[in-house]
Design a protein around this ligand. Structure first.
Ligand code: AMP
Length: 511
């Protein structure tokens, strides 16, 4: 078996690795490091959790230990698809380079340009960046890429998913042709193959086995429910999620809950918090410092449940996760593998629960075809039944819709808000979920408009009473016949005029 000492790494790097507690190189490290140290291009096909970060960072530090950086001309570049991943690479660099004088800068969005500019001006050995932010700096004329000797592209398949390939191509073209390229991807999609054929020169190809989805350390379960109403599916799924977490009890020390949409990440996290769970969201629309705070707290154990989108969670190295919950089945089957691979790492035991409704059948089929097995089915937790609210029409919650009716009521209306049963926040979530997941049916919209008109009338009456003019004298339930009659204009009548006036009559009879 290869030992680190066999790998011709700088002794300062070897001592840092020993301090980090690494005993033997992982397969991607044993495969990639010797080629990288010889100055060859490397194509590493490996995913997070295989030790791939060290497989490019360790040789980089060794190769860069001779020589000095010049102002605004970094000597090496590491491109990562997400801010979190870039920050993680930077942390790894600090660990492995602690015995050297090498300098680094991290260029990611959400951080002030001023501080980043200062570092670049001083000259850095290693620049770790997301593609967009790197190009921003370049375009502002603050950065030259002509001194880049080593360029790393990490998680290229994620770059592809996120639409960064044109940026990557541009960055490749801005760096010298003579650079060394270390290129990593978990999969080799045709577009990735094309990029590597264009920009890598006779690379050493090292492929490590994909994480086994049938790993004995991960217990997979699929819980299927048929929501009583399609428009209450989101609510039903949130109820089931809570029941699953509760049923796992203390064995669920920490978990990542995956949703397919950012909007659902927010809704699920808020809903869990409302029900007393220790949860927080992470997705690309959140402020960078917030994302970092949430991640740190999750890593340190302060936060128990991290609700995440696939993109935000990609590449994150979170050492021990006891559970993964798929609130949604992923629409890309490979994401199932990535998601559940977050638990059961390094021989630890882990559980992965997936919630599915009949609408997810096509995703389920694709996942099972990919992992070549049937995900074991599980019953809903003992004693679980959907709340009455999940059986009801979402219209029951109309009083919470955007607070609209509520504010009208508060101005003297007749307090429809008094019907409220669930916490206000939960109801607002309900309405948002309803709006995002499924457009209200036409009939419901029509009914809503009628209600609006009724509210408008009520409001107008209210204003009058509040002193806006003389009070309107009502006629009680009795409406004189002449008010319900349709009228003809003095002009020669047309069918349209008739039907319009009929419609007016119909409307007025609704209130
Ligand atoms: P990565 O695939 O780079 O995200 O690494 C996954 C985890 O494995 C990180 O927490 C590393 O610190 C750890 N790691 C990397 N190389 C080794 C090694 N040779 N021995 C033990 N742990 C390692």
């Amino acid at each position: 078996m290869t030992k680190f000492s066999d790998l011709k790494l700088d002794p300062k790097v070897l001592s840092a690795i020993a301090d980090a507690g690494y005993e033997t190189p992982t397969p991607i490290q044993a495969g990639a490091i010797p080629h990288a140290l010889e100055g060859k291009d490397v194509l590493g096909i490996a995913q997070t959790g295989t030790g791939k970060t060290a497989s490019f960072t360790l040789p980089m530090i060794t190769l860069l230990s001779k020589g000095r950086a010049r102002a605004r001309m970094p000597r090496s570049l590491v491109l990562c698809p997400t801010r979190e991943l870039a920050a993680q690479v930077a942390e790894n660099f600090d660990i492995y380079a602690k015995n050297t004088k090498l300098t680094k800068a991290l260029l990611i969005g959400g951080v002030s340009f001023v501080e980043q500019d200062k570092l670049i001006d001083r000259g850095v050995d290693v620049l770790i960046a997301t593609p967009g932010r790197l190009l921003d700096h370049f375009e502002r004329g603050k950065l030259l890429l002509t001194g880049v000797q080593i360029m790393v592209v990490d998680e290229a398949d994620r770059m592809l998913d996120m639409g960064f390939i044109p940026d990557i191509e541009r960055i490749f073209q801005l760096t010298p042709f003579t650079r060394q390229t270390l290129f990593f991807s978990a999969t080799m999609a045709p577009e990735i193959e094309r990029i590597t054929n264009t920009f890598l020169h006779a690379p050493a190809r090292i492929e490590v086995a994909r994480q086994a989805t049938t790993s004995e350390t991960i217990t997979q379960k699929l819980v299927q429910i048929t929501p009583p109403r399609r428009d209450q599916a989101a609510k039903a799924k949130r109820e089931l999620l809570r029941a699953l977490i509760q049923a796992e009890g203390e064995s669920c020390t920490n978990a990542i809950i995956f949703c397919n949409r950012k909007s659902d990440v927010d809704i699920v996290a808020k809903s869990l918090k409302t029900h007393g769970f220790n949860a927080a969201p992470i997705h690309g629309d959140l402020d960078q410092s917030q994302r970092m705070k949430t991640l740190d707290s999750f890593r340190e154990g302060g936060l128990q449940l991290l609700v995440a989108s696939d993109v935000a969670a990609r590449g994150l190295d979170i050492p021990a996760v006891s559970h993964v919950f798929n609130y949604d089945l992923p629409s890309h089957a490979e994401d199932y593998v990535h998601r559940i691979g977050r638990t059961g790492r390094a021989g630890r035991k882990g559980s992965a629960f997936s919630i599915a409704t009949p609408a997810d059948d096509k995703y389920l089929n694709a996942i099972e075809a990919l992992v070549k097995m049937e995900i074991p089915r599980a019953e809903t937790p003992e004693g679980f039944s959907l709340s009455e609210a999940a059986h009801r029409e979402p219209r029951q919650y109309d009083d919470a819709k955007g607070g609209r009716s509520k504010s009208r009521n508060s101005r003297g209306g007749r307090g429809r808000g008094e019907r409220r049963e669930a916490p206000v926040e939960e109801k607002v979530l309900e309405v948002v979920a309803e709006a995002v997941v499924e457009a209200p049916k036409r009939e419901e919209r029509r009914e809503e408009r009628r209600e609006d008109r009724r509210d408008d009338r009520r409001e107008r009456g209210g204003r009058g009473r509040d002193g806006g003019g003389p009070a309107v004298v009502g006629m009680g339930d009795h409406v004189p016949d002449f008010l319900l009659r349709s009228f003809r204009t003095a002009r020669p009548s047309t069918a349209a005029t008739d039907s319009e006036s009929d419609a007016t009559t119909e409307d007025s009879s609704e209130s």
